[in-house]
Every structure is written in C-alpha cells, then in structure tokens.
Design a protein around this ligand. Structure first.
Ligand SMILES: [Zn+2]
Length: 342
C-alpha cells in the first residue's frame, strides 16, 4: 500500500489545542474516518476489485472496511505502524498528538501516565512504533543549496558505567550533518552565531572514526557537491575525492576555533545530549538510533509543531514497525535516517 502523505493536505483539519483535539477525535470512529480520508482522498478504493465507493463500516470494528461491490474486507491500518495493534485508535491518535506537540517529547513512564495505560510495556511499544514512523523510507539527502553549507562532526554519546570500575565505558559514536542557513540582513540576529541558524539535520550511529564510516555517513546523508565544513580529522580527508566541496578547519582541539567555524553542529550535539539525559535519563546503545530518529524528527519540524502531528500519522503509512517481542529480543533493527546501518 502506498505511503500516506497528508503533510500538504489542507482539507484534513489538525488540532492546535487539547479542546480542538477532543472535538476532532472524540472516539475511535472519528479517528477511523480521519484516517480513511487521509488514505483515500477521493473516496475508498477497494484493493480487491478496484471499485471506488463508500464502504460498509462495522461499528464494533472501526479498523475494518467492507467493499459494497465484492464484499471483501480491507484493514484500515494495514501498512501503518498501528497494524496488528490491540490499542484503540483513539489512544494512537492521542499518542501521536502528544509526541508531536510536546516540545521535548516524553519518556515512556510519562507517556504511560498521560495515556492512562495500565502496562508500561504498551507505552514503550507505542512510542517505538511511532519512532519507526518518523523515518521516511525515501528520505532525501540534506544540503545541495548554493548559499548554504553543511557542518559535519561526530561525538560520543551515552556510556554510564554501573559498578564496572573506572575506565570502562559503553559509549556509542554518533555522526551528524546539519545545514547552516543565514538570516536575511536586517532581521533580528543572534550576534554570537553571526546570523547563522540550523536547517535540517541528519544523525546516525557509526561504527568507528575511520574514513569508511565517517565518509560513508556523509555520502548517505548529504547531497554531493555540497560545501562541507569538518575539523581536520583524517577520517574526513577523502571527502573532496568523493565529490564534496570540503573545507577542513584546523582546530587542534581549540574550543574557540570550533565554536567560530562549527557553532551549529556543536549546538545540535549539546541539545541532543541534554535531551537524552534530561528526558530519557540516558538510553541503551541498542535503542539509541530510534532516539536519534525522534530527535531528528522534532528538530526538522521545530518551526511547524502542529504539522508534526499530521506528518507523524502520514509518515507512519507504509512503515514497518517493531513488535514488542522484536524490541526486547533485539531482532528489530531501528531504521537510520541516512540509510547506513552499522
Ligand atoms: Zn471490492
């Protein structure tokens, strides 16, 4: 089934406040109607016989549509992250609204409380399923704009030691690329950053600081030909050969030089670490990529908080989501925003 993309669909109202949410989505049936309209903008199309027309609806099973022509049934949730879920649609919608509208996001514990769920595991699984819907399968590469450049760097994330003695760390290496934009002259400027601000970001776990890992990330995340600024680490040395307008900065560990030439990426790393530690109290390496995806989703939509709700539901269409068992066994591989898996 084709992915739903309702990002641009103005006829689908979206809630700007809690009262609006309650009015738009009072029950499971209202959620089902909204989802149906999002999936079939010109009326329900039966995937079995191709006939277009209003389907039969079963009051007790809002997730099932029955074709009036051939009488065969179609799952409203097939191909979305909600497929095979026993959680009511209204809970999913409330979850998507909370994830989309709460600026810093929520921990699974806060989420469980907000949704009134009896089991922590249900909250944990819903959040991870929504995270699986935050990555577009056909996500494009950032950069490629003539007047912008891209800052690229890597950082160690996590690594709390629990009674394992000094010097033992479980840190994970994370690569990031961020577009740097400039405010129009004459508008309010942040003097410290010289009018520069962040555009879109891409984040992914990388195996190590080798050229293959770091440049491999860049090739998956950034458009060829883009002007890229990095530090002078040898792992980035082949970027020019790989088709980028690469400008390494010799920072020699001087934080002031780093702040001057790569201020935006350091801001991204600092926000990321504050978010991981403050909201989630640190996350395991196994699930880190899912949190990177959520951070990316929030960051790239931070100027459009209300559209994120529709985006979230929209991108969720056609996505594959993990089951609770897959999450715990480690059989599920979180999708990366750059397509490169380590
Ligand atoms: Zn049919």
């Amino acid at each position: 089934m084709a992915a739903i993309d309702i990002h641009q669909r103005d006829e689908l109202a979206f809630p700007r406040s809690l009262p609006e949410f309650q009015k738009l989505f009072p029950d499971d049936a209202a959620c089902a109607t909204y989802l149906g309209r999002a999936r079939w903008p010109h009326g329900f199309v039966c995937p079995h016989c191709g006939v277009i027309g209003e389907p039969f609806r079963i009051t007790t099973r809002p997730g099932v549509l029955e074709c009036r022509a051939c009488r065969r049934q179609t799952g409203l949730l097939a191909g979305t992250v909600m497929e095979r879920s026993h959680t009511p649609l209204s809970v999913w919608f409330w979850a998507a609204y909370l994830v989309a509208s709460q600026t810093p996001g929520m921990s699974a514990v806060q989420f469980q409380r907000q949704l009134g769920l009896t089991r922590y595991e249900t909250a944990f699984a819903i959040l991870h399923k929504l995270r699986a819907g935050m990555v577009r399968p056909d996500q494009d590469r950032i950069g490629g704009q003539a007047k912008e450049h891209v800052e690229v760097d890597e950082t160690w994330v996590g690594g709390r030691t629990r009674g394992e003695g000094r010097g033992i760390h479980h840190k994970t290496l994370v690569s990031a690329a961020v577009e740097v934009r400039h405010r129009k002259p004459g508008t309010a400027q942040d003097k410290r950053r010289d009018g520069r601000f962040a555009g879109r970001v891409r984040l992914a776990i990388v195996a190590d600081r080798s050229a293959d890992s770091l440049c491999g990330f860049v090739e998956n995340a950034v458009m060829p030909g883009s002007l890229i600024i990095t530090d002078d680490w040898s792992g980035y040395a082949s970027l020019r050969k790989r088709g980028y307008d690469h400008h390494p900065i010799a920072e020699s560990g001087d934080p002031e030089i780093a702040e001057q030439f790569m201020p935006i990426i350091h801001l991204v790393f600092s926000n990321l670490k504050t978010w991981l530690n403050g909201i989630h109290h640190g996350v395991s390496a196994k699930h880190l990529q899912a949190y990177l995806n959520e951070f990316t989703f929030r960051f790239n939509r931070r100027f459009y908080p209300f559209n994120a709700f529709r985006s979230l539901l929209g991108i969720a269409g056609g996505a594959e989501a993990p089951t609770y068992a897959q999450l715990y066994s480690g059989a599920w591989v979180h999708p990366t925003c750059s397509g490169c898996l380590t």
